[in-house]
Design a protein around this ligand. Sequence first.
Ligand SMILES: [Zn+2]
Length: 79
Amino acid sequence: MKTMTCKQLGGACDKEFKANTFNEIAEMSKKHGMEMFKIGDKPHLEAMNEMQELMKSPDAMKEWFENKRKEFNALPEND
Ligand SMILES: [Zn+2]
């Protein structure tokens, strides 16, 4: 398992996600983001706006995603 925080995944808090694959951890952070969106958490809403700006460019989005995947793969394994 590897650990990444919400912030590391483009979010706004220090909540930690643990997963074996990048896709899994990306999914967890997405779910968490949705929950924060529902309760109207401002820092997360702002982070999401930034992500949405990024998503306007498919290339930039792809690059961001690949960078995060690399970051995930470079992390040491923990339990
Ligand atoms: Zn968060």
